[in-house]
Structures are given as structure tokens and as C-alpha cells.
Design a protein around this ligand. Structure first.
Ligand code: SF4
Ligand code: SF4
Ligand code: SF4
Length: 337
């Protein structure tokens, strides 16, 4: 019998949903277990970092890494797995695009710390103490990972071979990726699993080119389940989002939020969605358009929910003295070339 494949699963700045998605492949998990030995999976298996450090380079066939990169520890683990793996898969929206954690990129570390450790109603911190990378204690010095100024998608930190988008990726996509690995039929490096087109192309809702006089949040109206949600004034990111999920949310009468990221050929998912919103507004009067646009609660959250790291904006500019992410930013420039 041929040698079993060797897989690693790791989580960076993530919610844990991508880990659950692996288990959601149900009985196919047994096929994965028959196919591959799992050398690292912190959520389920008690291997330590030194076990990976001791492996020869490229010993692991595929590392699946989910989550954005927020700290120096996450960058270190991503670099270690890159060195020890033949292929790395950015698993889920956070690793592929920056994900929801990268919405924090509209603020820098100082602002985030101030909010978390001073302003929140449940915080009692009269001395204004913030986490430090190094802290002296009677026993010596304790060290915490550095909290970067920004969240990075995985390929802004290390080279990535494949992308499995989605929040989380669907069980079908995970099974398809594992099957491709098992049968040695992986697509060319750089491939994003999913379709090349948009969620609108998979959506069965009727489009009538209707205009709207404003936008509603999903709880404010009961939408017609047959008609395009955007044409009913509910912000749907379908036209700005890669297909591949089978219009999963639309089938549940919920709008697409964009978790598969931009389709091929679109540089900025938020700009593409903004353009779609502009096409449905029923007015040529600037003041009225302003009123309609101002109805959008949290525009940044709608436009860049899953990929601020991947947007043209990327993040708030670092302020004076904020040079801690330099190593990562050098990688970002390389990716942008
Ligand atoms: S992609 Fe979604 S499910 Fe996966 S870690 Fe990010 S937020 Fe969680
Ligand atoms: S905008 Fe949304 S509801 Fe309308 S067709 Fe596209 S995916 Fe369907
Ligand atoms: S419909 Fe949109 S938000 Fe929902 S799973 Fe598909 S890509 Fe993600």
C-alpha cells in the first residue's frame, strides 16, 4: 500500500468555524483519516510546535491554514508550516481574504487596545495597563506574541498554493479539494476553488431591473422569496462575489454577504458592490441619493465584510512610530507586484 499522505491543520486569527467545517464533511472524515495521517490539528490532536519543528522540510504534503494573521505567533506558525509543507491551502475567507477579523484594519493597534482595555463598559483598568510583549515578573520575563497593527491574509505572509474561500468553505468544496489531493489531480498552483463567475449567476431569483428608493436591513421587511433581493432594497453582494456555494444564503432567503470574495477580474469587491448599489438607486437628485446612501448602516461592514485585507484600501495607514509590521508589509509588496 502506498504511503499515506500527511496533512496539517492550523488556525490563526479565526472563529473556529473552519475547524467545525472540516468535521462537517461527516462520514468523509473517515476517508480523510484513511487517506492521510494528521500531523498537527490543535483543535483535535495534541501535537506541539516542536513536533513540527523536528520534521524534515517539505515532509507534510498539505497544510490547511485558516484564519487571518494578527500576531507574530501566527506569522511564525505560518512560516514554519510553509517550510515543512509541499503545499499550503488558505482555508476559508479569513485566510484567503483577511475575513471578518480584517474589518479591524479600519483601526490601528493603539485604537484597538484603547477600545478593548479602556473604553469597553465591562473593563476596570484604572491604571491604563495594556498588554506588553515582554513583562518582568519575580520568576523572570514572560513574553506575549506581538499584536500587529493590521490583520493580513495568508498570502501576504507566506506563499500560498491554493485557496478555499467561504465562511466557512462548504463541505462539498472541502471534499472536492481532498479528493483532488488524493487522486493527484490538483489544479495549477494559485487556483481558487470555486467558480469563476458570480453568485448572481447561480441565483434563481427573478431579476426585473427594478429600482429602489432606499435600502432596508434584513429584519425590516419580509422579502419576496422569488425576486432579486437587491431589487427589493436589501443589500446583496451576489454580483460582487465569486460563485461556488450554489447561492447558499439566497436559498435560505438571506442576502449574499460576499464570503467567497471577489470573482476573477475584480480588483476590489467593495467597489464592485458599491457600483451594483448605484445601479439600483431610483433617483438623479444628489440630495435624495445622499439620503438613500445614508440609510446604509455600517457601509464598511457591508462592502468589505470578508476582505478588508484584500481591498485596495487594505488598512488604515500606520501612524508615526508604527513600524512593527514591516516584515509582513514587505511580503505584501511582493504579492502586489
Ligand atoms: S472563514 Fe468564517 S468560519 Fe472560517 S475562521 Fe473565518 S470567520 Fe470563522
Ligand atoms: S443580487 Fe442577490 S438576490 Fe439578486 S440575483 Fe444577485 S445573488 Fe440573487
Ligand atoms: S451566498 Fe454569498 S455569503 Fe452566502 S455562502 Fe455563498 S458566497 Fe457566502
Amino acid at each position: 500500500m502506498a504511503d499515506k499522505l500527511k496533512f496539517a491543520f492550523y488556525w490563526n486569527a479565526s472563529c473556529g468555524g473552519c475547524e467545525i467545517a472540516v468535521l462537517d464533511i461527516n462520514e468523509k472524515i473517515l476517508e480523510v483519516a484513511a487517506l492521510a495521517d494528521i500531523l498537527l490539528w490543535p483543535v483535535a490532536v495534541d501535537f506541539k510546535k516542536h513536533h513540527i519543528e523536528e520534521l524534515p522540510d517539505k515532509h507534510i504534503d498539505v497544510s490547511f491554514i485558516n484564519g487571518g494573521t494578527r500576531t507574530s505567533e501566527q506569522k511564525e506558525m505560518a512560516e514554519l508550516l510553509r517550510c515543512k509543507s509541499k503545499a499550503v491551502v488558505a482555508f476559508g475567507a479569513c485566510a484567503s481574504l483577511g475575513g471578518i477579523p480584517s474589518l479591524a484594519n479600519f483601526h490601528n493597534r493603539e485604537e484597538i487596545f484603547h477600545r478593548a482595555y479602556i473604553e469597553t463598559p465591562s473593563t476596570d483598568n484604572p491604571k491604563g495597563i495594556f498588554p506588553q510583549v515582554k513583562t518582568g515578573v519575580p520568576e523572570g520575563e514572560v513574553e506575549l506574541p506581538l499584536f500587529f497593527n493590521h490583520v493580513y491574509r495568508l498570502d501576504q505572509v507566506i506563499d500560498v498554493d491554493y485557496y478555499l474561500p467561504g465562511c466557512p468553505p462548504t463541505p462539498e468544496m472541502i471534499a472536492a479539494a481532498v479528493t483532488a489531493i488524493a487522486t493527484n489531480s490538483l489544479p495549477p498552483a494559485g487556483t481558487v476553488f470555486g467558480g469563476p463567475s458570480t453568485v448572481c449567476d447561480s441565483c434563481k431569483r427573478v431579476k426585473q431591473e427594478k429600482k429602489v428608493k432606499g435600502f432596508h436591513r434584513i429584519h425590516e421587511i419580509i422579502p419576496d422569496p422569488e425576486r432579486c433581493l437587491l431589487e427589493q432594497g436589501i443589500i446583496c453582494a451576489g454580483s460582487a462575489t465569486r460563485d461556488g456555494c450554489g447561492a447558499l444564503c439566497l436559498n435560505a432567503n438571506m442576502p449574499c454577504r460576499g464570503c467567497f470574495g471577489a470573482p476573477d477580474g475584480v480588483a476590489d469587491q467593495g467597489a464592485k458592490l458599491l457600483s451594483a448599489l448605484a445601479t439600483v438607486l431610483d433617483s438623479n437628485d444628489l440630495a435624495e441619493i445622499d439620503t438613500m446612501i445614508n440609510q446604509i448602516v455600517d457601509p464598511a461592514g457591508y462592502l468589505y465584510r470578508f476582505g478588508t485585507s484584500s481591498s485596495l484600501l487594505k488598512h488604515k495607514l500606520a501612524g508615526a512610530g508604527e513600524s512593527a509590521d514591516q516584515g509582513v508589509q514587505a511580503k505584501q509588496r511582493e504579492v502586489a507586484k
